[in-house]
Design a protein around this ligand. Structure first.
Ligand code: FAD
Length: 448
């Protein structure tokens, strides 16, 4: 801990949490001439998942996922590099061989970041828990495992119903990866909105043999263990699909896979049906209804691709269940990530409903740029919508009744004007458009 004092209280911002988002935010602020007080409660007070007192600790995998810009998370990383991200500098400097992914030596990664921030003349590090939001401009980047006291303070600020504590997320697949020679649109008992598609749901019908194969695969599949802060009862209200399967061979058929009210286009009655519900306005993404799960990601791909029609499904988001504190950001936050009811308070990282290390850091970067602009009374253009970063921030701050945490995917970016069938080429063009847009934004965004 250093004992530097802010040169000008007017030009200082408090950042709560030295995780992925908080470290990136502190760096961006300091590089913009803002004095930063960065609070981190570890190691004095640990979270249930962190194991060290180090900054930007990667709590689970050491992978920052795909490296290529033809993958949306690779694009976010490239955009962050263009914005001089500390997290990306550290990741590139400490990377380890990982094929098409960018993985890091987690200890060196954390040490590199902590060293840069502790030596920065504009950053003061405070190793203590924040229990009340301080005066002045603040960025709350306390993560999905925010301490209880601060979480109470946030509830006080936002209202109980606007802070969620658990993720029970079903996987999302891209609609253009679904095989419609097997899947079909229909609503149970034809009760959907009248539309050309003859129903609101995509239905994947199974015969008895297919159902039993699927049942056996799901019961045997490998899953993530319960964390010490979770009990099987935690998720009783939204049971994982594999737990439901374990209760009996037909339990899923009386639950989310019930076939009643659905007939296949050839007139046959299915034995079981998996339904997919539209997840975005553009209908590019569909979630598997009732498929919240704690199966390992590779197992989700293997087992869920047994579902007829999903053999080649592209998973845009995997299902998951873990404790995750996050805000109802679309209701609470302005488009610059500040709180509508108290615009001096910004939120960043996973607590805003972005999901993943890279997305959390990217959100910290954006919050810092917006907070610095507010403090320095500069008007600044929003990140372009065509960038992955702009789309991610837009996703979490745009009204959405079914808001759920989200990884970046090309599915939340505005589509290209022309239709390109080849997915690799389409993604390459989306990436090119994003990086050009970001360059233009960098050249002309900040208006004094
Ligand atoms: C168990 C678990 C496993 C995950 N695994 C992965 C994975 O493998 N890959 C992936 O991409 N994403 C994963 N995530 C999701 C997410 O990317 C990480 O949680 C990521 O660390 C979020 O970044 P953050 O900066 O928002 O929060 P964090 O990195 O958690 O940082 C928040 C910081 O705030 C501190 N803090 C909390 N409360 C206070 C307080 N009151 N005062 C001071 N400091 C405080 C914490 O100690 C912490 O250092 C996982 C999440 C969890 C919960």
């Amino acid at each position: 801990m250093t004992s530097r004092q802010p040169q000008s209280e007017q030009q200082s911002i408090t950042v709560i949490g030295a995780g992925l988002a908080g470290c990136e935010a502190a760096w961006q602020l300091a590089e913009r001439g803002v004095f930063v007080r960065l609070y981190e409660m570890r190691p004095h007070q640990m979270t249930p998942a962190h194991k060290t007192g180090g900054f930007a600790e990667l709590v689970c995998s050491n992978s920052l996922r795909a490296a290529s810009v033809e993958n949306a998370v690779g694009l976010v990383k490239e955009e962050m590099r263009c914005l001089d991200s500390l997290i990306m500098r550290a990741a590139d400097a400490t990377k380890v061989p990982a094929g098409a992914a960018l993985a890091v030596d987690r200890t060196l990664f954390s040490q590199t970041i902590e060293q840069v921030l502790s030596q920065h003349p504009k950053i003061e590090i405070m190793r203590e828990e924040v229990t009340q939001i301080p005066e002045g401009t603040v960025i709350v980047a306390a993560g999905p495992l925010v301490s209880d006291a601060l979480s109470q303070e946030i509830v006080y600020l936002t209202g109980q119903t606007h802070l969620f504590f658990h993720d029970a997320i079903a996987p999302v697949v891209s609609s253009d990866s679904i095989d419609f020679s097997k899947a079909f649109f229909a609503s149970r008992y034809d009760k959907g909105e009248p539309s050309e598609r003859e129903g609101d749901y995509i239905n994947c019908p199974m015969d008895r043999e297919q159902y039993l194969d699927f049942y056996r695969a799901i019961v045997d599949a490998e899953r993530y263990p319960l964390k010490n802060f979770e009990t099987p009862k935690t998720f009783e209200g939204c049971m994982p699909i594999e737990t439901m399967a374990e209760r009996g061979v037909d339990t899923m058929r009386y639950g989310p896979l019930k076939p009643v009210g659905l007939t296949c286009p050839d007139g046959t009655e299915p034995y079981a049906v998996v339904q997919l519900r539209q997840d975005d306005a553009a209908a590019t993404m569909y979630n598997l209804v009732g498929f919240q799960t704690r199966l390992r990601q590779g197992e989700q791909e293997r087992v869920f691709r047994l579902i007829p029609g999903l053999e080649h499904a592209e998973f845009l988001r995997f299902g998951q269940m873990h404790r995750n504190t996050y805000l109802d950001s679309p209701k609470l936050l302005n488009s610059n990530l500040s709180l509508k009811t108290a615009p001096r308070i910004f939120f960043a990282g996973q607590i805003t409903g972005v999901e993943g290390y890279v997305e959390s850091a990217a959100c910290g970067l954006a919050a810092a740029i917006y907070a610095a602009a507010q403090l320095q009374q500069k008007s600044i253009a929003s990140f372009p919508q065509n960038t992955a970063l702009g789309s991610l921030i837009r996703y979490i701050t745009t009204p959405n009744a079914k808001f759920q945490p989200m990884n970046i995917t090309f599915g939340i970016m505005p589509p290209l004007q022309e239709r390109i069938k080849n997915k690799k080429e389409k993604n390459a063009q989306l990436a090119r458009r994003a990086l050009e847009g970001l360059k233009e934004w960098l050249n002309g965004s900040a208006v004094e």
